[in-house]
Design a binder for this molecule. Structure first.
Ligand code: FE2
Length: 280
């Protein structure tokens, strides 16, 4: 794709799908690195933190809120029985790993600062990109949970809005195994909610507009392994549950503009030992 076409599509749709962006060996290397992290994971009681985007059950415990400058594993909701016992082996039980893989794990750090990523982000207009968040998403076979429609800006709020997502399919993502869906042009909408830390502890949503996000007209972004999907921070997107026998592993990075103001009560915070960095 020509760079001019890339910018045009991003401005028009709020997303761009770039097939064959990453070579198969790089996808395999990230999958192996994620597998090592999970196999070394020894969950304590504080780690039984289930990730879900259903607001009523979103765990906003210390384990989640303290993960901005850590590598932490979050369980799939359906992996844990009502008595708290795992129903599947641990390597099939993790929903995601977050949120500082890109700074703390050598394999993810190298991948996240590839030159072609810096070039892509510069082409899309970011002047001083900072890598604020990374996530490894397993979308496990049979129990992979859905991600409800949302705007990433809700979770990584800056003034003005600046968050941009890079989502990499490490395995083929199809409708069947829970690919991404997006509403073309919805990045023109204002943010509906802001997820932030509460003064008394925990975190919650500030509702800015009661209207539900529109979802009619969402299109599936089926993506062969190696695809990079660029997502505007205000784009309405979601992903389906995975009831198929195949996982749909993906890695995502979120960037913010260094000149924008990152709010002090955003849920994701870092300690002074790990300041945000760009591509250098
Ligand atoms: Fe998202």
């Amino acid at each position: 794709m020509l760079m001019s076409e890339l910018s045009e599509r991003y401005a028009r749709d709020g997303f761009v799908v770039l097939e064959r962006f990453v070579e198969p060996a790089a996808c395999s290397a990230l999958m192996a690195a994620a597998d090592s992290i999970v196999r070394a994971f020894r969950p304590g009681p504080e780690a039984v933190s289930v990730f879900t985007t259903h607001e009523q059950s979103r765990h906003t415990d210390d384990y989640f809120l303290g993960s901005g400058d850590q590598i932490r594993c979050f369980f799939e909701e359906d992996a844990i029985a009502s008595d708290g016992v795992l129903r599947v082996p641990i390597e099939r039980a993790i929903n995601k790993i977050g949120h500082a893989l890109h700074d703390l794990d050598p394999a993810f750090a190298a991948f996240s600062r590839r030159r072609e990523l810096a070039a892509l982000v510069a082409e899309l207009g970011m002047g001083q990109p900072l890598l604020v968040q990374s996530m490894y998403i397993f979308k496990q076979p049979q129990i992979g949970g859905e991600v409800m429609p949302h705007q990433d800006h809700t979770f990584l709020w800056t003034d003005p809005p600046s968050v941009l997502g890079l989502w990499f399919a490490l395995e083929d993502a199809t409708i069947e195994n829970g690919c991404m869906w997006a509403l073309p042009g919805s990045h023109a909408l204002p943010a509906r909610k802001r997820f932030h830390r509460l003064p008394g502890g925990g975190a919650g949503f500030e509702v800015l507009d009661e209207a539900a996000l529109p979802t009619a007209g969402m299109v599936p972004l089926e993506a062969p392994a190696g695809t990079c999907i660029v997502l505007h921070g205000l784009l309405v997107h979601r992903s389906g549950a995975n009831r198929s026998p195949r996982s749909r592993q993906a890695y995502s990075i979120h960037l913010i503009e260094g000149t924008a103001h990152y709010r002090a009560d955003n849920w994701l915070q870092r300690g002074p030992q790990l300041p945000l960095r760009g591509f250098e």
